[in-house]
Design a protein around this ligand. Structure first.
Ligand code: GAL
Length: 416
């Protein structure tokens, strides 16, 4: 407890130091959007702010899923040099809010009616103790498959709708000498696939019990062992150079026809668009087999760090720009995500984007919308990282499925 108090006092002291900074007409933003598609989407925000006379000091920290970015953030805050705004996910936002580190955005939220248009699933992470503490940018989802249409057509493969159909499609591609699955061997990417495999194998009730309720019976049950067996099948059907590959380079393999499928969140769509590809013509997007009714989501948000007791003009302008309907459409069309507001037209979105918006609304209405474990929306970071460790150890062959299940129960029970 003493250590925690010391840490907290260091953080709070650090934040107070930032108040001495002179407010320039600019924002410094820490984020991890460094791929081609991500950078293209970020430029929409930079241009939007520039149009309002607000400059942008970029603080990119490469590393998909944001682990590295969060490490740099902790160092910056402890040193008393918090950025103006930080890209963050779900439970990480709540952690910073609980430490009193975030500014109160209630005034801009009230002026612009955020409570009426932002869905409850996002408000659960964007608000803390009744205060808005971050500005939601989008809603991504992780249970997608991206496919090269020409590769599937050449092999007579239709988008698989069940695990068995997926296995058959993978075996057809393997037989044809095509890499069935493009993948980057990094823990967060292994876990992103695991989101969908658990949803597909255990169903929505099982996913919720395992990843949101952290039910040890379910985490250690037969169905979870089957999920790990399915991860082993996926492992056997990636190329030999998968280890350490960045996610967008795996996407490029599908874009270029070097592989048939990639299981990845819909930020992958941004890479296809950035490469000039067209959904339904060059690539296909469909829900991971067996999860057509569900959505495992993660929303990118910008936390605004307290600048000495009040929101700075630049922070309010950034938050307002992020939630503006025009930006919500223009940004998400490029990013591959769907709007964080429920009142944005899908007119400018391509077919995958339209599908994503339709799926989100349907899943929210039918109780099939769940936070992504891999991307910080199912459980706190300590649990997420425990799942990462077990899933990636299994993917890399350190555990068989039986051992992985036992390790998962132990790791989660220690972490929660
Ligand atoms: C997710 C984030 C996306 C994208 C992805 C790959 O956590 O929500 O916007 O950045 O990581 O890095």
């Amino acid at each position: 407890m003493r250590k925690l108090l010391k840490t907290k006092s260091v953080i709070v002291a650090g934040l107070l130091c930032t108040s001495s900074l002179v407010h320039a007409e600019e924002v410094e933003v820490l984020h991890w959007w460094t791929s081609g598609g991500e950078a293209a989407a970020l430029n929409v925000l930079k241009d939007d702010l520039s149009g309002q006379g607000i400059g942008w000091t970029d603080m990119p920290v490469a590393g998909g899923g944001g682990e590295q970015a969060m490490t740099v953030l902790r160092a910056r805050v402890t040193a008393g040099n918090a950025p103006t705004a930080v890209q963050a996910l779900g439970f990480d936002i709540q952690d910073w809010a609980a430490q009193g580190a975030l500014a109160d955005l209630n005034d801009v939220a009230a002026q612009e009616g955020w409570d009426e248009v932002v869905p409850d699933a996002l408000k659960a992470f964007a608000k803390h103790d009744g205060k808005w503490v971050s500005a939601p940018v989008n809603v991504h989802s992780t249970n997608w498959v991206w496919a090269n249409k020409a590769v599937l057509d050449a092999n007579g493969i239709a988008p698989p709708t069940s695990w068995d159909e997926f296995v058959a499609a993978v075996e057809t591609l393997k037989g044809a000498g095509v890499t069935p699955i493009a993948h980057g061997g990094q823990a967060w990417q292994d876990a992103t696939i695991f989101d969908a495999v658990v949803m597909s194998t255990l169903g929505p009730d099982g996913y919720k019990a395992a990843f949101i309720d952290l039910d040890e019976e379910v985490l250690g049950g037969e169905a979870m062992k089957e999920a790990f067996d399915r991860m082993a099948f996926i492992r056997d059907n990636v190329d030999e150079n998968f280890s350490g590959r960045d996610w967008n380079l795996a996407t490029a393999m599908v874009i270029n026809g070097e592989a048939g499928f990639q299981m990845m969140g819909d930020w992958a769509k941004g890479e296809f668009l950035n490469a000039g590809k067209v959904p339904g013509q060059d690539f296909l997007c469909f829900r991971f087999p067996g999860t057509a009714e569900q959505v495992t989501f993660n929303a990118d948000q910008f936390m605004m760090f307290d600048q000495g007791g009040s929101v700075s003009e630049e922070q309010a302008a950034l938050a307002s720009a992020i939630l503006s309907p025009s930006f919500q459409s223009a940004f998400n069309v490029v990013k591959g995500s769907v709007p964080a507001r429920t009142d944005v037209s899908d007119a400018d979105f391509d077919d995958c984007g339209k599908q994503g918006m339709k799926d989100l609304a349907a899943a929210a209405a039918s109780g099939n919308l769940f936070g992504s474990m891999a991307h910080g929306h199912a459980a706190p970071a300590s649990v997420k990282n425990a799942v990462y460790d077990v899933v990636t150890a299994h993917f890399n062959g350190e555990y068989d499925s039986e051992t992985a299940v036992t390790e998962l129960v132990d790791a989660v029970s220690i972490a929660k």
